[in-house]
Each structure stands twice: as C-alpha cells, then as structure tokens.
Design a protein around this ligand. Structure first.
Ligand SMILES: *Cc1c(COP(=O)(O)O)cnc(C)c1O
Length: 346
C-alpha cells in the first residue's frame, strides 16, 4: 500500500491558513511584551501559555524516546481524538471503523463531526475479527480506531493484526494506549518510523494520576502532527497544566511505584472476587481495572450505589452482558467493595 497523507486530509484543511496568535508571530525572549493584550500586572498567570508547549514536549520526548516534532498535546486525549476527526474526515461523507465494545469517545466525536462509524464487533474473546474488518473497510474509511489495552475489556489487541492493518490500510491507524503503562506490552511508539499512517494516543489521566490537569498526548509522523497543529486551538493546553506535567515527569520513579502498587492490588482483587458466588468470569486485564461477569450485575450495581460504592455498569454494552467494570482502588477501598459484594450476593 502507498500511504498518501495529502489524499486523506480534509479539503477545507489542506488550504487552511491557521490563526496566528501573538505568541506565534514572536517566539523569542523579550523584555517588554505589549503584543497580546494581556494584563501587565503579574500574578504568575497573566501571560498566555506557550501554544506549542515546547518545554513540556522536550521532557516528553526524552521519556518517550521520540522527537518533539512528532508530538501533539491536547486538553485531554479527548481533544486529540476530536482533532483527528476534524483533520481527516469529511463530515457527511467519510467513515471511520471502531471495534465495539470500546471507548465511547470515538463514537461521540464521530457523531459530533457528522462522521459515520462502521462497527466491527470484537470476537467473544475480545479480539479483532480480521475477516469482518476486511469486508468492512472501503474507500470511505479514513481512520481505524484500535484501543489497546482496550476499555472496557482490558485486553491488549493482537499485534500481528495491527501490523497487517498498518501495512494494508491507506488511512490513519490510531492506537489508543491510555492504559499502556499498566501493561507488559511494548508501546507502538517504537514502530512510528516504519509506518507513516500510525498514530498513537496516550494520556496523563491514568497511570500518571493526573486526570484533573487534562493532558493528552498524540504521537505520529511530523507530517500528521503538522496538520493537527494547524487546526488545534492556539492555547489548548493551559500554563498550570504545562507546569504540573513537567513537574510530574520529573518523578518517574514515584509513578512507577504507584503502578506496581495498583497491579499488586489488581491481582489480589481478582483472586478475592473469583471466590465470590455469582462471579462467572473475570477477564484478563492489562489495565488498571477488571471486567467482571457476575449474576444480576445491574442489581449488584444498584445495591453498591446505595452503599456509596460506584463501579461502572457495562451490562448494556455489546458483548458485556452482566459485566461490571471495576477500577482498582486503594487497599481499603477494594476491601470495602469486596465486603459489599459478598454481602449483596449472600
Ligand atoms: C481514560 C481514557 C482516555 C483518557 O482520556 P483523557 O481525555 O486523556 O482523560 C483515553 N482513551 C481511553 C481508552 C480511556 O479509557
């Protein structure tokens, strides 16, 4: 296959002249800034943030081993997901492919952008159905959305399948790696240089414990990134977020310690849940949550809510009948949950 980025960029964006902010026009260091109509009386936050987040990208590039021109940052990965739709899908005409059950934002962003999703359901063991995918892809398909490890199922998608798709598909192949830091699998970032159509999404919201600052990361070829840079809102990542993210990246060891603690708790939680009557199956998870098939899931969900314990009821989702998605909490929280479920199912 020959991937031609120009062929898939939305026509209105190809010729788009991006908004040029004050901080775009002058990027050096100056003594006096009278160019952006900011308030001169400083409180530490009176200046606009760096629109390209250069200092933060420098830190990310070191830990991800990738050049800064291959990184785009967003107000959460949700913004990065939306940017991809807006860059590559012509509303009312183009289509994307998703593999339900999967992360809900792909469908929401598709709907907002008036882009049709073609659904290729996962097999019963939550793998991609390659034959069905082949039958579904056509010339309107612009993006294929893999989520690996997948939410809500927790499993990592077969790399051989993704490799085949990367080789054959002439659109963008997105791999959402929101949970990659909890998994033993290698990130697809290491394969970026071999696949011009590969795009990877990560986030500070899960393993980094920073859902509140809203920082999502996209990794792709310099060409793809420059298209996205053209259409993103100029100051999409605020100063506080940029500062906090730089600080957090300096504490890599602490982050890895919390990951180890969460994984140890996950193993314990799984073992204890398995001893409870009514638990039919706990799916293998490479993430920080467990998908649990349990008798009368909705009833259990409601009873847990009454006890002020909130899990995610996924019972109405494709292939997830009677399934609860349970995030691994702190030891005392997991203990509370286990006791409550035991009590309810007794
Ligand atoms: C939680 C999650 C995200 C994170 O989104 P943010 O906007 O970065 O908080 C992205 N993708 C998947 C699959 C998720 O589960």
């Amino acid at each position: 296959m020959s991937f031609n980025l120009n062929k898939i960029v939305r026509s209105s964006i190809k010729g788009l002249k991006p908004y040029s902010s004050a901080r775009d026009e002058f990027t050096g260091k100056a003594d006096v800034y009278l160019d952006a109509n900011e308030n001169p009386f400083g409180n530490g936050l009176n200046r606009y943030p760096d629109p390209y987040q250069k200092a933060l990208k420098k830190e990310i590039s070191k830990i991800k081993n990738i050049c800064e021109e291959s990184i785009i940052l967003g107000n959460g990965s949700d913004e990065v997901i939306d940017l991809l739709f807006r860059a590559f899908c012509e509303p009312g005409k183009d289509e994307v492919i998703i593999f339900p059950p999967t992360y809900g934002m792909y469908q929401v962003c598709a709907d907002v952008n008036n882009v049709k999703t073609k659904k290729v359901p996962l097999t019963s063991d939550f793998e991609v159905d390659e034959l069905s995918l082949l039958e579904t892809v056509d010339e309107k398909s612009k993006i294929i959305w893999f989520c690996s490890p997948n939410n809500p199922t927790g499993n990592t998608m077969d790399p051989a399948v993704i490799k085949n798709v990367l080789k054959c598909f002439e659109g963008i192949v997105v791999i959402d790696e929101a949970y990659i830091d909890f998994s033993d699998s290698q990130s697809w970032i290491d394969f970026l240089e071999f696949h011009p159509n590969l795009f990877i999404i990560q986030t500070l919201s899960k393993a980094w414990g920073l859902a509140g600052i809203r920082l999502g990361m996209g990794f792709g070829s310099k060409e793809i990134i420059s298209v996205l840079n053209k259409i993103k809102p100029p100051y999409n990542v605020n100063s506080l977020t940029q500062e906090k993210a730089i600080e957090a990246i300096g504490y890599l060891d602490e982050k890895n310690e919390t990951i180890d603690a969460i994984l140890a708790e996950k193993a314990k939680l799984k073992e204890k849940l398995n001893q409870i009557d009514g638990v039919q199956k706990i799916y293998q998870s490479d993430a920080n949550f467990l998908l649990v098939k349990i008798d009368n899931a909705t009833n259990i969900y409601n009873k847990l809510v009454e006890q002020s314990i909130i899990v995610r009821n996924r019972s109405s989702v494709t292939l997830c009948e009677n399934c609860l998605r349970i995030t691994v909490g702190k030891p005392a929280e997991n203990e509370k949950l286990l006791n409550a479920i035991k009590e309810i199912t007794r």
